[in-house]
Design a protein around this ligand. Sequence first.
Ligand code: NAX
Length: 328
Amino acid sequence: TQAPVNVTVTGAAGQIGYALLFRIASGQLLGQDTPVKLRLLEIPQAVKAAEGTALELEDGAFPLLQGIDIFDDATKAFDGVNVGLLVGARPRTKGMERGDLLEANGGIFKPQGEAINAGAADDVKILVVGNPANTNALIAQAHAPDVPKERFTAMTRLDHNRAQAQLAKKLGVNVADVKKLTIWGNHSATQYPDIFHAEVGGKNAAEAVGDQKWLEDEFIPRVAKRGAEIIEARGASSAASAANAAIDHVYDWVNGTAEGDWVSMGIPSDGSYGVPEGIISSFPVTTKNGSYEIVQGLEIDEFSRGKIDASVRELTEERDAVKQLGLI
Ligand code: NAX
C-alpha cells in the first residue's frame, strides 16, 4: 500500500468541514487505495469543536484514516501538506464593503500562503473553497513563490454540478448523460454557465434545449443564484453540496477526467480565451496524471463572449483591489 497523503482542511469545524471530513476519511477524495492523514486548522475558539468532530471521525472506524491532528497555527497545519482544502474564510457581514471583505480575507490567506510556501510537499495541490474563492486563491498563491502557480485553484465545481443537474432536469435525462459543460469566470453571480459546447446523449445541448429565453431568463440566473436559493430554503448556506463539489474537484484533478468529457476549475489563466494572464478564473479543463490542461479551440460566440468578459472584468477588479491593498 501507499504512504498516507497529508490532507489539510481549514475551517474544519464549519458546516462544509463537517460534511467534507467524513468523505475524505472514507476514501472518496483520493480513492480507495490511498490512506490519508488529516491535518485540521481552525481558529482557537473553534478548536474544541474540531476536536469533537475528530472524536466522531474516530468513531467512523475508517480503515484509510491514519491520523488526525488539530492546529490553530497555519505553519504547523500545512507542514508536509499534499492536498490543502482552504475552506475557512471571513464571510461578508452587514455593512462590510468589498474592500473590507478582501482585506479581512487577506489576513487569512496571506499567512496560509506563507505557511504553504514554507512547509508543503513537492506535489502539493491547493483548492480554495472559502469566498471570495478566486481572489483568496490569488492571495495565497502570491505568498507562496516557491510553489508552482498552477497548484493554486479555486472551486467552481459546485456551479458546474448545479448546471449539469439543471440541464439534465430540463431535458429529462440522467445527469451522467450531460457532458462538456463549462463554468467561465468568477465563482460569483457573474459566472457564466455555458451549454453551447455541452453534449447531451452525444448531441449539442444548446440545440437540444432550443430555447434561448430559457437559457437567459431561467438557466443562467438559476445556476448563478442557486446559493441564495439554498439559503432561502434551508436557512443556511450550501454545505453538503459544496463538500461534494470539493471532493469531485480534487478527485478528478488527481485521478483524471473521463475520455470525452471535461470539468470546470478556477485556475490561473495562461491568457487562453482572452482571459488576462494570472487571474484565477474558471475554465473548461481536462486532467491527467495529476495535472490539468485548458480545453482549447472552443468557438466563443458573441453572447458567450459578453458573459465571459463581464465575469472576467469582475475578477480583474478584485485583483486590482487586493493589489492596491498590498495583499498580492
Ligand atoms: P462556516 O462559517 O460554517 O465555517 C467556516 C469555519 O472556518 C469556521 O469554523 C471558522 O472558525 C473557520 N475559520 C475562520 N477563519 C479561519 C482561519 N483563519 N483558519 C482556519 N479556520 C478558520 O462556513 P461554511 O458554510 O463551512 O463555508 C465556508 C466557506 O465556503 C465560506 O467562505 C463560504 O462562502 C464558502 N463557500 C464556497 C462555495 C464555492 O462554491 N466556492 C460554495 C459554498 C460556500 O458558500
